[in-house]
Design a protein around this ligand. Structure first.
Ligand SMILES: Cc1cc2nc3c(=O)[nH]c(=O)nc-3n(C[C@H](O)[C@H](O)[C@H](O)COP(=O)(O)O)c2cc1C
Length: 148
């Protein structure tokens, strides 16, 4: 069984809901998913020991949140090269944050990123069964990358 950290930021709960369903998708494949708010993760040591890292962040002002920027500097210290990664978030119209985070994980941390790319879900679909299934599928994609 592989261990997956799903660490998210969320101001109004939409990305948190997505994170819960991404975690479900990971668990459906028999892997362990630890679901944490980034505010709970303050030390680089708490980031060690995982096989995959999936970051959730909504887009505000065409950017990731300030908290996620700080969290990425903590991630920098966690020896992530070759680990599996993914990024997702809720948005309304531009959805920039997951793509920026995905690129940082790929090019700066040199992680093995999900074949599904980054994943954006429109705010209006967060309460929708189809949207939540898409979140589960993103978690399943992490399992597939772990199996490769
Ligand atoms: C002040 C403000 C700025 C926003 N800026 C953007 C934006 O630039 N692009 C976008 O796609 N969504 C933007 N949104 C929409 C949020 O990304 C959306 O509400 C999302 O579902 C929030 O996720 P959360 O509940 O996880 O915080 C903005 C929302 C607010 C309130």
């Amino acid at each position: 069984m592989k261990k997956v950290l799903i660490a998210y930021d969320s101001r109004t709960g939409n990305t948190q809901k997505m994170a819960e369903f991404v975690a479900e998708g990971v668990r459906m494949g028999g892997n362990e998913a630890d679901l944490k708010k980034i505010s709970e993760l303050k030390k680089a040591d708490t980031l060690k020991g995982y096989d995959a890292y999936v970051l959730g962040c909504p887009t505000y002002h065409r950017d990731m949140t300030g908290g996620m920027k700080t969290f990425l500097f903590l991630m920098e210290k966690a020896e992530l090269e070759g680990k599996v990664g993914g990024a997702f978030g809720s948005y309304t119209h531009s959805g920039d944050a997951p793509g920026i985070i995905y690129d940082t994980m790929e090019y700066v941390f040199k992680m093995k990123m999900s074949d599904l790319g980054s994943f954006n879900l429109k705010e209006a679909l967060v309460a929708d069964n189809e949207g939540l299934r898409a979140c589960q599928d993103y978690g399943k994609g992490i399992n597939e990358k772990l199996a490769k």
